[in-house]
Design a protein around this ligand. Sequence first.
Ligand code: ATP
Length: 496
Amino acid sequence: MPQEKSLTSQEREFFTLVQKAAIANPFGEQRLSLDLQIASGEGESNGGHQIDKTLRVLEDQLQALGDSGRDDLNAFSGKDKKLLEDVYLFDFFYRFRKKFDDHIRAQIKTEDKILKLNFAGEAIAVLQSRGFSPPEIKHAIEMGYQLRRAFYFINQSLIGRSQVMKKLRFDLWNNIFTHNLSMYDAYLRGRMEDFSTLLLGETGTGKGTVAAAIGRSGHIPFNMKRRVFTESFTSNFKSINLSQYPENLIESELFGHKKGSFTGAVENHVGVLENCSPHGSILLDEIGEISQPVQIKLLQVLQERFFYPVGSHVKAPFHGRVIGATNQKLNELRTSGKFRDDFFYRLCSDVITVPPLRQRIQEDPLELDDLLSHIVSKTVGKPSPELEDMVKQVIEKNLGPEYPWYGNVRELEQCVRRVLLKKDYGGDKKYAPTDLQSKLAAALETGDMPAQMLMAGYCKLLHLRHGTFEEVARRISLDRRTVTKYISEWDQQDEE
Ligand SMILES: Nc1ncnc2c1ncn2[C@@H]1O[C@H](COP(=O)(O)OP(=O)(O)OP(=O)(O)O)[C@@H](O)[C@H]1O
């Protein structure tokens, strides 16, 4: 047992700042201000990113600790030991962050095949030299990987400098690690399955992308002997679009079915719930589309954590985390009774609204440039300021700064492709109320549009103006179903 050591008051003060930075949300203002405080002795001249300055200052402090023969964690006790432990974990996390990123990229390429962590030996040696025990090392590697995955997926897939996007990234981090990382680590790591999330937002805003970032950032155990994480994060996230299936197939897709349980069930079928790993998440996309009986069944699954595949009496467990997403107005679905309150309350541990693109561009016009640069480089495989500029010019000339981007980021992606193909993009005319209004006015003039179609166009126009089927129905004294039918008729003939 080494002789008991302690930290000086200056070291305690400095390490306390590092400890605070270690648990702060990296997408928040507080983290940046802590980094600035930590690196305050660095001066401006060294340049580089803020985090590199922070790490240089930390390295010097840890070097001084080593030089004075006080770098073994086990030589300390009480608060000093805990403080140093957190500082070492912060140092470990940043020292290996690029290697964790390489591992994440390699895992994305190999998908569900589990990969060896090729720097495990080096990571274990560093932590051992600091005085961490084998269970503590396992814990540090698991946490390091989870933190890095969350940072990677939130930062790389959700581009945008607007305040609403900054807030979205901040909220997402909290959705994964709670508002307090220490509390998460002590109580909730690997126990987040009951924290369901509802994602709201218009079509194409990035709800699927947000769900994937949450789903791929869950806790995954590390096997010290085999030096592998026990699951790939790619198999850890599954999604199902509920609007794709007719009512009679939804249950089968969710819960699976037994061969012969209904006409057409020629084989056993494993549903998405059974396919979800214990540490995984499932996205139930277009959750506003499911019927009340299926809502009741899903509610039971979430409460009791088991279900029966269709036609089977054998219970199957479900340990995953559920993320529901809808582009419909949830409050209206609830007040109209389409979405049950009890189901809502079981799903709403967190409700995240993904902002529409027009709001983002309104807040900061440079948002569009950031996204264009991201989309162009994703489309052609490398950055190209020249192509970005070409797309930007077409957008400025044809659409102007007020264009509302009805299809959000998905429409912007399509716009980029169209400009690359034709050097032209005229915007989504289908949704432009003024165009539709002129079309209807012309039809009144010529008198050759069938009455049914005129009514369909009228419903469509009001829907574009007022945003919900309920409001259209109320205004023109029709029932909601008739309004929905008319609008889908209009959309169909428009597509033809
Ligand atoms: N902030 C963002 N940064 C970069 N790409 C984004 C961003 N948001 C969305 N995207 C991209 O936009 C496209 C549409 O996103 P996604 O499918 O997640 O939208 P959605 O809201 O789930 O749509 P829907 O409601 O129609 O299912 C995807 O290709 C996604 O990668």
